[in-house]
Each structure stands twice: as C-alpha cells, then as structure tokens.
Design a protein around this ligand. Structure first.
Ligand code: PMP
Length: 332
C-alpha cells in the first residue's frame, strides 16, 4: 500500500481525487461505472477546481492583487471553493447566493469567513438575479475581481487540465463514455474536451435534470426547459461561454426520482453519502452504459457530499413537502 504524499499547502489538496467503482450501477447496466470522488476535495465539491483555476487566472492577469477581494454569485459550492482558496492566498471573499439554497451551504460559507449576500431566487433576465448582483458588487468594490464562473473559461480549463487527465490515467486509457450534468457547464465541457483530446471515440453525454434547457438544445437545437428539479447546482437555461463548443455526442434527461433512487442505493448499499446532482449523474451513467453496451466503461462525477443536504435531501419533512419519496430508514 502506498500512502498519499505530503502536500505543501491546502491548495495542493485540490484535485487528484479517487475514482470508485460503483457496484450497484455497474450491475444495473451490465457495465463498469466509475464515480470521480469530488466530495474528497477540501471544500467537499467539484467546484474547488474551478475556484482555484479562476483565482490563478486572475492572479496571472494581474487583476487580483494581495489583499484583494473575490466576488461571486453561486449556488454555494463555488463560493465554498473560492472562500477557502481566498483564505489560503490572502484574499477576502464576497459570495452572493439565492436564498433557496441549502442551509448547510450558507452556514459553511459564513464559517469559512466569506461575506454572504442572500438574494431572492429570480430568473436570469431579472437584474436582481444572483449573477448580476455579484457583478455589480464586484464593480462597486475597490480591489475586487468578479469570478464570473459561468462565462469565465478558466472554469472549464480546470477540467481540461486536471479532471480529464486524471480520469484518463485512472482508467488506464480505456474509457468508452463520460457523462455529467451542467450548472456552469465547466465540468461537462472541460472533461469532454480533455478526454476527446486523448481519444476522440469516447462518447460524451450530457445528463440534464428536468427544468433545464440543454437536453432540448442538444437534441433538437431548441433551448427549451420542461418540468422542474430540486437538485442544487445544476440545470442551465442558456449556452454559457463554458458550454460553447462542448463536444456533446448524446443526451439524457433524468428526473429527481431517478436521481434519488441512486442516492438511496449508493448510501444504503455502498456507504456513499452524496448530493442529488451526483445521483442524477449516476442515473445518466447507467443510461449511457446501457446504450454503449455490455462491459462498457463509463465515468461520471460524484459532485459533492450529502452532508451538505442534511436539512433537505435527508430530512423527511422537506422531502414530503416537495412530494418526493423518503428514504425508509429516515422514517423510524
Ligand atoms: N453539482 C453540484 C452540487 C454543483 O454545485 C455544481 C456546480 N454548480 C455542479 C454539479 C455542476 O458543475 P458545473 O458548474 O461544472 O457544470
């Protein structure tokens, strides 16, 4: 057994996450389905990578000076990543978040020393939307930089330069397919571009939740959303700069119930406590592996930890209020 090596600082703990064979999903698909353990990042989500690349990019461009401030609008995970990178590099962070996001994310951001600004949930066309609010705060704050994760392609570069090569090595250069959902689109576009550069025959599939517009866009060119989802951090209604040119070969639409099914199974049978976007990704990976055929090797992203959703996904009252099934062991 080789123990992981000592890292010189917290920043170096970002990335190089383990890859786990998911037994139940593999059996269901008659394939090998692997989950990239992004909950193992120091901020417990895939967004630590984007946060680090965005901060490094701003430093390299000379727009972020020592003692400066990083401002961002986020569903929470990018804010957590930015707050910890900011602390480690001597910056302040201001995080704007819709008040509909989980209580745990708000508490975590406050605990991490971020200045938290909560705004009502609003459509992107509304000037009060969290993204526009964060841009305005950045413009009005001396020495501040707007991270702009949706349209700043340093986000997807994180996945071209780290997630994709890690997957390629971990899967010993044998990958038939990759799929995940899109929030900013940084992960699907970056891993897609990165993997295609290694082997253009790898099938890249978008897994879209209900309520997002990308499934229709990739299926028939129309940006049209149908239904809704309670999943946090995913579900995009436009082609962000990160999504431009993403090499999407095929697409799946997954319901919250299907995603919750895999959250429940992975927790009860394999001891993995995940958020709903991970469950939706796994459902997409099962669909992709079935399409690619017996014995295919498919990877997906386990985006964040379920501990971030104890007051929602793992709370019977919350689930019932949303009309969603309750995990049986929560009813005791
Ligand atoms: N899952 C969760 C829980 C997230 O917070 C995010 C980021 N918004 C994603 C998935 C999607 O990642 P990306 O922004 O790279 O599309």
């Amino acid at each position: 057994m080789t123990a992981p090596s000592i890292t010189p600082d917290t920043i170096s703990l970002i990335g190089n996450t383990p890859l786990v064979l998911l037994k139940g999903p593999s059996e269901a698909a008659g394939a090998e389905i692997y989950g990239k353990c992004e909950f193992a990042n120091p901020g417990a989500s895939v967004k630590d990578r984007a946060a680090l690349w965005i901060v490094r990019d701003a430093e390299e461009r000379g727009v972020l000076q020592p003692g400066g401030t990083i401002v961002e609008g986020t569903a929470g995970n990018t804010g957590i990543g930015l707050a910890l990178v900011a602390n480690a590099r001597g910056y302040k962070s201001v995080i704007v978040m819709p008040e509909t996001q989980s209580r745990e994310k708000m508490d975590t951001l406050r605990a991490l020393r971020a200045e938290l600004v909560l705004v009502p949930a609003a459509p992107f066309s509304n000037p009060g939307h969290f993204v526009h609010t964060s841009r305005r705060i950045a413009e009005e704050t001396e020495g501040a930089v707007w991270a702009n994760q949706f349209d700043n392609i340093a986000n997807r570069r994180a996945h071209i330069e780290s997630t994709a090569p890690e997957l390629w090595e971990q899967m010993e250069h044998r990958i038939d397919g990759f799929t995940c959902a899109a929030g900013t689109g940084g992960t699907i576009a970056g891993v897609g571009l990165g993997l295609k550069a290694f082997d253009e025959n790898i099938t890249i599939a978008l897994t879209d939740p209900h309520g997002a517009a990308l499934y229709n866009y990739y299926a028939n060119g129309e940006l049209k959303a149908e239904g809704s989802s309670v999943a946090e951090g995913i579900g995009q209604g436009r082609i962000t700069a990160n999504l431009e040119g993403a090499p999407i070969d095929t697409q799946f639409r997954i319901s919250d119930e299907e995603g919750l099914y895999w959250v429940e199974r992975l927790l009860a049978d394999e001891g993995l406590c995940l958020g709903l976007s991970s469950g939706i990704n796994v459902a997409g990976a099962v669909a992709l592996a079935k399409q690619l055929g017996k014995g295919s090797r498919v990877a997906t992203i386990l985006c964040d930890t379920g501990f971030r959703y104890l007051s929602s996904l793992y709370n019977p009252e919350w689930l019932k209020a949303k009309g969603l099934p309750v995990f049986p062991w929560l009813e005791q």
